[in-house]
Design a protein around this ligand. Structure first.
Ligand code: PLP
Length: 407
């Protein structure tokens, strides 16, 4: 009985309880716990009447053709909707970048202007300058910590804003509810890349954002072995998102959907563990003489901590720090000396990672180094803290700092 699945959104339940039950409709799981992998392109119809009736329905849960998914994908989409307060539905995409493109192409038309936070994920910035520009959509960048700068960019053609909080690489926080409220008042659609916090750490729709997008590759997958994205929205935008994704031919494989569902079940405990470990590591780093600044919103005293404490319900293992002075070579020597941190993109997996932070080529209006630092404090590192013992991670960083000093 403990495993009896429930229909979405009946009773208010805690997040852990929701994550266990989400998407497990009996008609999708049969007698087993997890929805099996339904591999299918062709869906067979019982007779001609059923075939004629097919195109009249376009919703998850209706067999039609493989591109519209089957129970494994539907279960994942439904589970994501269940953990996103205010969501009517969720659309799945083959990557996080595809989800961002899918959302922006849903709300923008040729001639429109998109405002994009300057610390957006670099492929989002490249999308503005490339894909969107090619379709006659102009992208303008703004510092999300400065609401008046955001409003100063508004014009008749401004139709959407892409937020990301905290920002990529440099992890600045911004006042998302205030920016979303201002946008809505002006009829500007707000879209957020909520990959860092996930719905568990920042319930974006409930905080006033119109469309929330996330790379499931990171926290939801959680094991560095799949690529996927999702966009969730309320009644106003969900149907349009779905239609656009169908126009673009987006579909995710049932194998990956099953892996993502498996990751989703443990999302909360992984995020809690990563957050507490990241806090320990960040605290250690903030006490080292070689470090000028730690950018970890969960850490009291770190930039943006007050906003994080006010608006967010959780954190994750991803944060950055900047060395006091030094050189790129010394920073690289530090990363090379790390034993327990892989060097690689992506994050949110069970294993720790490190990459250099050199944001200058990826910023149009935000200064680097930030004002609080001197011009020499510019070489940063981004860490993705995984599920290792935090004491071991700190010891590893300690020996790498010593090796850096020798070099
Ligand atoms: C990784 C990432 C994405 C893109 O996700 P993919 O699944 O790799 O395409 C988008 N936004 C942020 C903030 C990311 O870190």
């Amino acid at each position: 009985m403990a495993d009896k699945p429930r229909k979405p959104d009946q009773t208010p339940r805690g997040t852990g309880t929701r994550l266990v039950a989400a998407g497990r409709r009996p008609e999708w799981t049969g007698p087993v716990v997890n929805p099996p992998v339904w591999r299918a392109s062709t869906h067979l119809y019982e007779d001609m009447a059923a075939h004629r009736d097919g195109p009249r329905h376009n919703e998850d849960g209706r067999f039609f053709y493989g591109r519209r998914g089957a129970p494994t994908q539907w279960a994942l989409a439904e589970a994501l909707t269940e953990i996103e307060p205010g969501a009517t539905g969720t659309v799945l995409y083959p990557s996080g970048v595809a989800a961002i493109a899918g959302a922006l192409l849903t709300v923008l038309r040729p001639g429109d202007v998109l405002l994009m936070t300057d610390n957006a994920y670099d492929p989002s910035r490249a999308m503005g300058r490339g894909l969107l520009a090619d379709f006659g959509i102009e992208t303008r960048f703004f510092d999300p910590r400065d609401q008046s700068a955001f409003e100063a960019l508004w014009c008749e053609r401004t139709k959407a804003v892409l937020l990301e909080c905290p920002g990529s690489l440099t992890i600045e926080m911004c006042d998302v509810p205030a920016l979303a409220r201002a946008a809505r008042k002006r009829g500007i659609v707000s879209v957020i890349d909520n990959t860092w916090a996930s719905a568990l750490g920042f319930p974006a729709l409930a905080r006033g954002v119109d469309i929330t997008v996330s790379s499931l590759t990171k926290h939801v997958g959680g094991h560095s072995d799949l690529m996927m994205g999702a966009a969730s929205a309320g009644p106003k935008f969900y149907g349009a998102l779905r239609k656009r994704a169908q126009n673009l031919g987006h579909v995710v494989s049932p194998d990956d959907a099953a892996l993502a569902l498996r990751g989703l079940r443990t999302l909360q405990i992984r995020l809690e563990r990563e957050t507490s470990s990241a806090l320990e590591v960040a605290k250690y780093l903030s006490q080292q003489l070689e470090i000028a600044q730690v950018m970890c919103p969960m850490l009291p005293g770190s930039p943006g901590h007050q906003i994080w404490a006010r608006d967010f319900t959780g954190g994750c293992g991803l944060f950055s720090f900047v060395f006091k002075g030094g050189t790129a070579m010394a920073r690289d020597a530090f990363i090379d000396a790390l034993d327990l941190f892989g060097i690689g993109y992506s994050w949110g997996g069970f294993e720790s990672l490190a990459v250099p932070v050199d944001p200058v080529p990826y910023r149009s209006v935000m200064a680097w180094p930030p004002k609080a630092l001197t011009r020499k404090d510019r070489f940063g590192v981004r860490l993705s803290i995984g599920l290792e013992d935090p004491g071991d991670l700190i010891a590893d960083i300690e020996q790498a700092l010593a090796r850096m000093a020798e070099a």
